[in-house]
Design a protein around this ligand. Sequence first.
Ligand code: GLU
Length: 337
Amino acid sequence: MKRTFTIIIPILISALLMFIGCDTQKDAAKGPTFVTIGTGGVTGVYYPTGGAISRIVNKKFDQYQIKATVESTGGSVYNINAVISGDLQFGVAQSDRQYQAIHGEKEWKEKGPQKDLRSVFSIHPESITLIAASRSNIRSMKDLKDKRVNLGNPGSGQLGNSQDALQAFGIGEKDLNAEYVKAVEAPGLIQDEKLDAFFYTVGHPNGNIKEATSGRIKVTIIPIQGPELDNLIKKFPYYAKSVIPSALYPNATNNEDIASFGVKATFVTSVNVDEQIVYAITKEVFDNFEDFKQLHPAYQVLTKENMLQGLSAPLHPGALKYYKEAGLTEHIDPELM
Ligand code: GLU
C-alpha cells in the first residue's frame, strides 16, 4: 500500500503542476513559441508593421522565448479569418473589418458574428486612396464610369471600401471594368497602361503609392468628397473623413492635400492565443513606444491613448492585463474589457 502511494503521489503532483499551467520559467524550459503575424502586400504598411512588432518582441527572446515571424497575405479579411481558424496567431486588420467580423456583417454575414476574435491595439490611420493615371481624365468618383478600375482582391480590406464608395456615389460595379487584383500589382498595371485607376486602403506614406507615382505615366490621387461621402459616413460608424498630404508624394500631379475617408489599422488575435504571449507583445510595443513610433513614418500621429481607440472586438485578456498594469484602462471603451 505504502509503495503504491509513493509511486502515485509524485505522479499526481506532477500532473497537477502541468494542469495548473506554466510560469514564464517553465515556458523558457519548453523552448521557443513561434507566432506568425498576417499582414498584407509587401509594398503596403501592414507588412512593415508586422516587421516592427516582431522586431520589438524578438529582441526579448531570452526573456519570453517568443519568436515572431511575418507573413505577406491578401489583407484584412484574410488575416481575420486566418486568426480565427488558428492558421495565424496575429493579424493586422482594418477597424471596419474588425467591426464587421464581430457583428457578422459583409464577408461574415453567412458565418455570423466571429466571437473568438480579440483586439490587442490599434495602429496607424488608413485612407481610402483612389489613384488614377492623369491621362484617363478621372477627376472625381463620378468619372470612374467605363474605366478600368482595380477595386481590390478578395480577402483585402479595400474591396469593401471601394464597393461602399462606388455605391455611395451611385456607381454600379457593372458600370466600370472592375478588376480584383492585389494592391501590390496595381502600380505596375497603371504604368503598363492596363489599368486607369485603383483603390487602396492604406497608411501614408507607403511604397505602393510611391511606386505608382514614380513611373513614366503621370498619376493623380483623386479626392473623394461631397454630400455622397457625408451620407456614407453617416451610414457607417467606422468611417471618418481623412486627408492625404500631397507632400508625401511629390511625383503625383496633386498640388493640394487630398480629401478622402478612412479607417484605422488594428492588431487582432484569437481568444485561443495564450495570455502570456499577447501580454508580452503588448507590453513590449507600449513600453518601447517611442522606438516603435520611429519604425514607420505612418506612425507619426500615434499616441498610447489613440492606440486604444477604434477597436470593436473584446480586448484579449493578455492585452488588458498590460493596460491595467500601465494605468491605461481609462482610455478604453468599457464594453471591450
Ligand atoms: N488595408 C489593406 C487591407 O486590409 C492593407 C494595407 C497595407 O498592407 O498597408 O487589405
